[in-house]
Ligand binder design. Structure first.
Ligand code: E4P
Length: 223
């Protein structure tokens, strides 16, 4: 399962890349708005993200009509070979995905809230579909259930589109996505940083270091 960071923060992405954990990045207009400070334009930020990320970087169109989406998609796809165009799940969006697929432009279809939307986006030609699990949980539905459904549907019909689990809120979402067999999870930096930790690991390390003092009272390592 690939791990993407869901952020527009260059610092967070660089940290994750240095840890060797980040395979790609997803951004959206809300995440961009958080970074729109300090004199840097969104264009500068996106160019830097595309340069430092070792895999796909999704950048969202903000037009909602077909022509506008295609124009913005063209500009996004020219930013780098790893740029992926994020298109919302609308009827105009489906038309755009079909045309972009014919032009070999990679698309991530976003704002998916049920499994049939994911099937339609895949049939239109999306390379990634992004179901938003956390926002479904927020309204009392089990977001991960649609990931199970999408996995089953894509397996039934041998659909190659990547299931990119989005709107991740906690490590349990990540675990469930891995058990179900999702292709990618995109998560905020704070969730990523929680994943390598376990209190028993910290406790175990503290005990080993304490016991080592009995072997080497000055703490040196003799080998
Ligand atoms: C996906 O690409 C979106 O950027 C994202 O996961 C939305 O998550 P949120 O519900 O936390 O805003």
């Amino acid at each position: 399962m690939k791990i993407f960071l869901d952020t527009a923060s260059v610092k967070e992405i660089q940290d994750g890349v240095d840890l060797g954990l980040v395979d790609g990045v997803t951004t959206n207009p809300t995440l961009a708005a958080k970074e729109a400070k300090g004199g840097k334009t969104f264009s500068d930020i996106v160019k830097e993200i595309i340069k430092i990320t070792p895999g796909p970087v999704s950048v969202e169109v903000v037009a909602t009509d077909l022509d506008g989406m295609l124009k913005q998609a063209g500009r996004i796809s020219q930013l780098g070979s790893n740029a992926v165009v994020k298109i919302p799940m609308t009827t105009e969006g489906l038309k755009a995905i079909k045309i972009l697929k014919e032009k070999r432009v990679a698309v991530n279809c976003t704002l998916i809230f049920n499994s049939l939307q994911a099937l339609f986006a895949a049939k239109a030609g999306a390379e990634f579909v992004s179901p938003f699990v956390g926002r479904l949980d927020d309204i009392g539905q089990d977001g991960m259930q649609i990931i199970e459904e999408i996995r089953a549907i894509f397996n039934n019909y041998k659909i190659q589109t990547n299931i990119l689990v989005a709107s991740i809120r906690n490590p349990v979402h990540v675990l469930r996505a891995a058990v179900i067999g999702a292709d990618v999870v995109t998560m905020p930096y704070d969730v990523l940083m929680k994943l390598p930790h376990h209190p028993k690991t910290d406790e175990g390390l503290a005990r080993f270091l304490e016991d080592w003092k009995k072997v080497s009272p000055d703490g040196s390592f003799p080998l």
